[in-house]
Design a protein around this ligand. Structure first.
Ligand SMILES: [Ca+2]
Length: 92
């Protein structure tokens, strides 16, 4: 396999990854995982001590229930989901 072919393949895959970001509802901190840290970030945002909201392809990642608002209900919904209660999270 030539060097140019390998370089081209790596460049193609890199562009593909950049062009398709993961938009995971509930991943409030954008780490790529949904876990307790996201609950903490949502609570921090709601009570004014957190950072701004991450938006991915028009989807507010902290808006766990998808109602267009980010409030304490989103933190509760996410925590319940992490603990195994409630249904699947809505897709972005
Ligand atoms: Ca919401």
């Amino acid at each position: 396999m030539s060097w140019y072919l390998v370089f081209g393949l790596v460049l193609f895959v890199s562009v593909l990854v950049v062009a398709t970001p993961l938009c995971i509802r509930g991943d409030a901190n954008g780490s790529g995982l949904v876990n307790e840290a996201d609950v903490v970030d949502i609570v921090g945002y709601v009570f004014g001590s957190g950072e701004g909201l991450l938006v991915c392809n028009g989807c507010i990642l902290a808006d766990v229930d998808g109602n267009g608002l980010v409030d304490i209900g989103d933190a509760v919904r996410l925590f319940s989901w992490i603990m195994g209660y409630g249904g699947a999270l809505r897709p972005c």
